[in-house]
Write a protein that binds this ligand. Sequence first.
Ligand code: UFG
Length: 324
Amino acid sequence: MILVTGGAGYVGSHTVLALLDKGMDVVVLDNLSTGHRDLVGNATLVVGDLTDKSFVESVFEKFPIEGVFHFAAKSIVPESMENPDTYYRNNIIGTINLLSTMKNHDVDKLVFSSTAAIYGEPDQIPITEESPKKPQNVYGHTKLFIEEILKQYFRAYALKSVSLRYFNAAGADPEGRAGEDHNPETHLLPIAFNVALGKRKEFTIFGNDYPTTDGTCIRDFIHVSDLAEAHLLAFEKLESGELSCHSFNLGSEKGYSVNQIVQTVKDITGRDFPVTYGERRAGDPAILIASSQQAHEKLQWRPKYSNLESIVSTAWMWHKKRFK
Ligand code: UFG
């Protein structure tokens, strides 16, 4: 049985679906602070918090867990700057409770949800796994810190792990079973859809004076179902012994500007809407584009859905259905 922490969240729920599609037994541990009960499909859901060590122990006692996919974390960048205490306690102490319980129960395989935010403002594009790690926010710092903790748990206790550093996760399950549902919403595509649906008056692009082709930020969007697939591949490599303690970038290796994304949203939704240019948002790097060569080579991972058209159209299908 696979334990998925944060399996009711955005990337977690798509990974739960991918595991269930493969016929695996899945137990989801989620505190439902931001996740949704209806997104875990037919997996078993236990509601509780990783910061409660005795609760985590009880989950490992109850279920025959062979491996862990760890998504549970607070992940809103501005919130992490306002309240570092909550972020360090939740993300880091929660993870240590999980790792310590895994150690006690001889569970030695973990796939960890990391982020491009660990790199901060890059010196060079594309970003490789070896690029300098200079997180500009507390959220990114918690994820980098956890990657360092994982190295020590491997060295000392042979707890094996793969950390997957997502670039901009976007899109929704092509079959419409799951998708993005954050409250409050801060991400580009769902906000643009809300404007397209008339739920917001206008779309504000944060800055048009960046050193990029059209002055707006450039991001590397990766389809959430491709991210889910990478987690399954990583777990297989841990099982086969091909990997033991590694980190991989997961991106499409293509950059699109915020302007281009907004135009694609208009094209795919068939709705025009007002767009204004506002101030830069604090902490936004101008350009983030991944090199995912290592994931291609070592995980044999090939994104299938990560062209802009399928990212925006699957996300739109989901958004219309969920928030109409
Ligand atoms: N943007 C706008 N207007 C909006 C919302 C977003 O112009 O209303 C812009 C942002 O300024 C940014 C781009 O759209 O340039 C993408 O913004 P998102 O908030 O969708 O995504 P981020 O790139 O900020 O964040 C993502 C992940 C984070 C992670 C970060 C790493 O969601 O978890 O990448 O830099 F930390």
